[in-house]
Design a protein around this ligand. Structure first.
Ligand SMILES: Cc1cc2nc3c(=O)[nH]c(=O)nc-3n(C[C@H](O)[C@H](O)[C@H](O)COP(=O)(O)OP(=O)(O)OC[C@H]3O[C@@H](n4cnc5c(N)ncnc54)[C@H](O)[C@@H]3O)c2cc1C
Length: 424
C-alpha cells in the first residue's frame, strides 16, 4: 500500500476583481455531490454546486434497457433520500427489492455458502438495486425547484483558504467565496490534493466488468455472489423484468478479453463459470447492454477535513474513501457522509457558524469508525478470497459455513449491511 503526499496548499495566482459569495460550495456532480448540495439548500443555506455539465438535467431512464451504472442501495441510503423528499419521486418500477443474498465459496461444496434473508432478519428488505441515472434524474428534478441552490457548469482550478472561508478559482475565470467548502470531487479529488491532504492507496490489480443480462429463470429477488478459485468475484444483482446486473471482478487481462466477446461467446463463458452454478441458479443468460470495465482500488484520505490549522473543507464520498465493490457499499458510505454532515449542520448550536472548527471535527470523528470498519472488512474479504494457499482456502470456505450457522453473526452482518444513520 502506498502513502501519497499531495501538494502544499496553493495560492490563487491573481487577485479577483469581483467575488460572488455563498454560504456553502459543493464541488462535484456525482450522486454524493448532488445529494449533499440539495440537502444543504434544504437546510436554508445558500449553496452553489460546481461541476462540469451540472446545469444539464440527466434524462430519466426509460424502455426495456437498464443503464450501465447499477447500484445496490442500502436502507441508510433510502432513509437519506426519503429525508431529501426524493425517495417517493423515484420510479419504483425501475427499482428491484432484494430480499435474499446468497454467497458461495470456491470449493464447490454445499456447506461453503452463506444465506442472508430479510425474513429471517425481521426486515422488509436487505437492499434495493437501481440505476445511477434514475437517482440522478430525480435529484436533478428536485434541485431545479430549490431556490437556495445554484448549479454552475464549470470546474475548479485553484482555491485559497482565508480567515472567513474559502475562495475558489474556476476554469472559466470566475471567483466564488463561501464559508464552507464540500469536496465531492471523486477518487482523484483535486481539492484533497490542493489542500495537501495525503491518502493511502492500493490497487487490487483487478478490473470490474459490468453488464446487464436477461435470465431465463426468476432471480427470486436474490443477490448472488460467487468467489472463484482464480480470485475472481462474480456478483449477480437482481433487476426488474427478469434481468440481472453482473459485476465480474477479474484480472485486467481477463477483463479486456471479456469486453471483446460477442453474444454467443458471452453465453459460452457464463455457462461454465463457477462450474455451471450461475446458470443453474439463473438459467440461460443473454447480455442486453454494452459491457464496461472499471479499475478497482482501495483509497483512504488521511483526514476528512482540512486544512489542519483552519478546517474549512469537508471531504465526502469517493474524495474521502474508495473500496472494492464486493460489498456494494461505496456510494452508500458516501451518502452516509452526507447524512452525517447534514445532521451536524442542521442541529448545530445557534452560536456556531457553519464553518465552526468544532462542527467539522465532529463530522470527521463521526465518519471515521464507519469508514474504517467497511474499508477493513471489504479489504480483508477480498484478500482472504484471493489467497491461493490451502489454509486460506479452507479458512474462507469454513468461515462462510460457520457464519451461515450462527444466527448472531448473521444478524450483526445484516445490521452492518443496512447501515446506521444519524439523520432525523
Ligand atoms: C464496478 C463498481 C460497482 C459499484 N457498485 C456499487 C454499489 O452497488 N453500491 C454502492 O454503494 N457503491 C458502488 N460502487 C461505488 C460507487 O460507484 C462510488 O462510491 C460512487 O459513485 C462515488 O460517488 P461520488 O459522487 O463520491 O464520486 P463521483 O461519482 O466520482 O463524482 C465526482 C464528481 O466530481 C467532479 N469533479 C472532479 N474534478 C472536478 C473539478 N476539478 N471541478 C469540478 N468538479 C470536479 C466530477 O465531474 C464528478 O461529477 C461501485 C463502484 C464500482 C467501480
Amino acid at each position: 500500500m502506498s502513502e501519497v503526499q499531495a501538494h502544499q496548499p496553493s495560492k490563487l495566482s491573481k487577485n479577483p476583481s469581483s467575488i460572488r459569495s455563498v454560504d456553502v460550495l459543493v464541488v462535484g456532480g456525482g450522486v454524493v455531490g448532488k445529494a449533499c448540495a440539495l440537502g444543504l439548500a434544504q437546510l436554508g443555506l445558500h449553496t452553489a454546486q460546481v461541476a462540469p455539465g451540472i446545469d444539464k438535467l440527466i434524462a430519466a431512464p426509460a424502455g426495456p434497457q437498464w443503464g450501465q451504472r447499477i447500484y445496490a442501495f442500502s436502507p441508510s441510503t433510502q432513509k437519506l433520500l426519503a429525508r431529501l423528499q426524493i425517495w417517493d419521486a423515484i420510479d419504483q418500477s425501475r427499482m428491484q427489492i432484494v430480499r435474499d443474498m446468497r454467497i458461495f465459496g470456491d470449493r464447490g461444496q454445499q456447506n461453503d455458502s452463506l444465506h442472508l434473508s430479510a425474513f429471517e432478519a425481521g426486515t422488509p428488505q436487505l437492499a434495493w438495486i437501481g440505476e445511477s441515472n434514475l437517482i440522478e434524474h430525480t435529484l436533478d428534478q428536485a434541485s431545479r425547484f430549490q431556490s437556495k441552490l445554484e448549479r454552475i457548469d464549470d470546474s475548479l482550478d485553484d482555491l485559497k483558504i482565508d480567515a472567513d472561508g474559502v475562495t475558489l478559482h474556476l476554469h472559466s475565470g470566475i471567483y466564488l467565496h463561501a464559508k464552507l467548502l464540500i469536496a465531492a470531487d471523486g477518487a482523484n479529488s483535486p481539492i484533497r490534493s490542493l489542500l495537501g491532504i495525503s491518502h493511502s492507496e492500493e490497487s487490487y490489480e483487478q478490473n470490474a466488468v459490468v453488464v446487464n443480462l436477461t435470465c431465463s429463470r426468476a432471480h427470486l429477488e436474490t443477490a448472488y455472489q460467487w468467489f472463484l478459485p482464480s480470485g475472481d468475484i462474480v456478483a449477480m444483482l437482481p433487476l426488474p423484468n427478469q434481468q440481472v446486473s453482473m459485476v465480474w471482478s477479474s484480472s485486467p487481462e481477463k477483463a479486456d478479453y471479456l469486453l471483446k466477446l460477442d453474444q454467443s461467446e458471452w453465453a459460452a463463458e457464463l455457462s461454465t463459470l463457477a462450474d455451471g452454478a450461475i446458470t443453474q441458479a439463473l438459467g440461460q443468460l443473454t447480455i442486453n447492454s454494452i459491457p464496461a470495465a472499471f479499475p478497482l482500488r482501495k483509497m483512504r484520505a488521511s483526514r476528512f477535513i482540512g486544512p489542519d490549522d483552519n478546517p474549512t473543507v469537508a471531504l465526502i464520498g469517493d474524495a474521502a474513501h474508495v473500496m472494492h465493490p464486493l460489498a456494494g457499499q461505496g456510494l452508500n458510505l458516501g451518502l452516509r457522509d452526507v447524512a452525517t454532515l447534514l445532521h451536524i449542520l442542521g442541529k448545530r448550536e445557534s452560536f456556531r457558524p457553519i464553518n465552526d472548527k468544532v462542527l467539522l471535527r465532529r463530522y470527521e470523528r463521526q465518519r471515521q469508525g464507519d469508514t474504517s470498519a467497511l474499508l477493513w472488512i471489504t479489504d480483508k474479504l477480498k484478500k482472504l478470497f484471493s489467497g491461493t494457499s490451502t489454509t486460506e482456502m479452507q479458512l474462507r470456505n469454513w468461515g462462510l459455513g460457520l457464519v451461515n450457522r450462527s444466527h448472531f453473526i448473521k444478524r450483526r452482518l445484516i445490521e452492518r449491511a443496512l447501515g446506521d444513520v444519524d439523520f432525523e
